[in-house]
Design a protein around this ligand. Sequence first.
Ligand code: PLP
Length: 404
Amino acid sequence: MNIQNIRKDFPILKQEIYGKPLIYLDNAATTQKPVSVIEAMNDLYFRLNSNIHRGVHYLSEESTSAHENARKYIADFIHAKHTHEIIFTRGTTEAVNLVAFSFGEKNIQQGDEILVTEMEHHSNFVPWKMLAERKSAKLIVLPFEEDGSLSLEKFQSAITEKTKIISITHVSNVLGTINPVKEMIRIAHEADVPVFVDAAQSIQHLSVDVQDLDCDFLAFSGHKIYGPTGIGVLYGKEKLLDEMPPYQGGGEMISSVSLDKITYNELPFKFEAGTPNYVAAIGLQAAIKYLEDIGMQDVIKYEHDLFAYATEQLLQIEGLKMIGTAKKKTSVLSFVMDGIHPYDMGTMLDKTGIAVRSGTHCAEPVMQHYGISGTIRASVALYNTKAEIDKLVENLNKIQMILS
Ligand code: PLP
């Protein structure tokens, strides 16, 4: 992997912020886009733009087939058995809402239990809580251990005969923990409970194979895997998706409408009401192709080494406490510093050209667990370097001196 060549693919990284070279370490929030992604979308607008699925003319047929090729490409990338198991959404959040609403409508009754963990992003917590409230069901929250890992024993005992669905994050966006989702799914399936995997923070850093995991649902966002905003993916097993009612009504999700009867379309269109973001779907395909052209295994290895280096260097800073110290982690480094508010540190780092995120990262229960108001979060991607980590450490030390 030639990192300098890779960096050249990302035009945004070339700029200076306040006269300092940009060091972008906010990749868990969103990743930057390579030229090939921007060009793929531009090309569609320049040459082929036309609403899909509805036209008989050349442009519509071409953009429809580009959109459906993107679906096939994504299905192959996550090893889905069928292309129609890929539903395009606006992102992970919409995918969770879709399942919480549609699966929940059909399968959740009063007194049933929905199991999530304490480390979920609000996107994978609030929709389930809303479902529980709508149906007078119970949302059971599995706490995490002090190091930010999940206990498989506690997970197993949290499943009861009332548990109807489990939703877990593959990688925590605050703690960086890689959860043993394959093992958790196996345990859940022994009790016949389907599992939803939030892959928003894993799809860009790990190999994700839905058949190997045997997950029932899985979701991710395009913008976190070097693709555009406004597009995401919900994978669901064919049988489950077939049995679920539509989530939104409108064009595309119907096969026929009369004044007194509506017949719904087949998968995947049943869940794609309205004009889809076909331009972003093509951008997402280009992003995945970009990763595959580099080689996912090379990306994983590079990021693993960079992450280990960053962890080691950060831990040498006096007064810095890492939040989340599980054995298996990726990409995300959350920390607090003695006597320094995360917002102050974030603001001062910005003046040195370094972009990190400070706050609760849409995971307030994690903050409550540790009794903190927020963390500073640096998150790495395939274009970051050890030299950038050195700069981060150097500036953390300098700012610490100034602020204390
Ligand atoms: N789940 C996790 C673990 C996340 O980190 C995020 C975003 O940060 C989301 C879900 C929500 O993703 P989006 O806002 O793209 O829908």
